[in-house]
Design a protein around this ligand. Structure first.
Ligand code: ADE
Length: 224
């Protein structure tokens, strides 16, 4: 999979993609990231990529020209399955969105910024608009990093044990059951007996019960 990210703040994303599992996935050739600094695509001699909004509202708006230039350039080199825009008024990013995107070959993520982007970008260049939640960030970079993280870990081979991606919270609309590790008794706080029993069927039953119980208690909306 190839993920091209267009941003005015590449350094906000570099740390995420060059650390831990995302780094390893790149080293294994499972994913390629390309960060594009929007300022490299403007013809403006001061490298400005934003301007005042028509109609005189407060705040600056990202201009369409450099965005169109970078997207057109990328599209001339390969086909893209989606051109995603990160914005608080997009569709809500959930696990099934990550699953869908992880099956694609090439995607572009354009990070929103400032007051917004010239709406013609959204009308003509973007195929999917995604929000990571009902709150407003300073820009779309952290949202892009979150999308990249959630998507890449689903690519087979990205995390050591493929099974563990399938048993994540939310994959079957259930929160994950509790997990424990050694010591079995810490200051008298004990690991549930069943997990030490070696009885595989009982352990699976217990995990499922716990998942249902936690979901009902913490996220009743998921069981509907
Ligand atoms: N940009 C600013 N806030 C955002 C959000 N909640 N999701 C995606 N992009 C954003």
């Amino acid at each position: 999979m190839r993920i091209d990210i267009i941003t005015v703040l590449p350094e906000m994303i570099e740390g995420t993609i060059n650390t831990s599992i995302l780094k390893r996935a790149q080293d294994k050739g499972l994913v390629t990231f390309e960060l594009h600094n929007l300022r490299d695509y403007t013809l403006d001699k001061h490298k400005r990529v934003d301007d005042y909004p028509y109609g005189g509202e407060a705040g600056m708006v990202l201009q369409i020209e450099p965005i169109d230039r970078v997207i057109t350039n990328l599209k001339s080199q390969r086909n893209y399955d989606e051109v995603i825009f990160t914005t608080p008024d997009g569709e809500q990013f959930v696990q099934s969105t990550a699953n869908e995107i992880s099956l694609l070959n090439n995607i572009i993520i354009l990070c929103g910024h400032y007051k917004g982007v010239d709406y013609r970008v959204r009308e003509h260049l973007i195929t999917r608009e995604i929000s990571i939640g009902d709150f407003v960030l300073t820009g779309g970079e952290l949202a892009a990093a979150i999308i990249a993280d959630a998507v890449v870990r689903l690519i087979p081979g990205a995390i050591g044990d493929e099974q563990s991606a399938l048993s994540d919270s939310f994959q079957d609309n259930l929160l994950a059951p509790p997990v424990y590790t050694r010591p079995a008794d810490y200051k008298g706080w004990k690991v549930p007996e069943v997990l030490l029993s070696g009885h595989e069927r009982k352990i699976q039953e217990w995990r499922h019960e716990q998942a249902e119980k936690r979901t009902k208690h913490l996220r009743p909306d998921l069981s509907k």
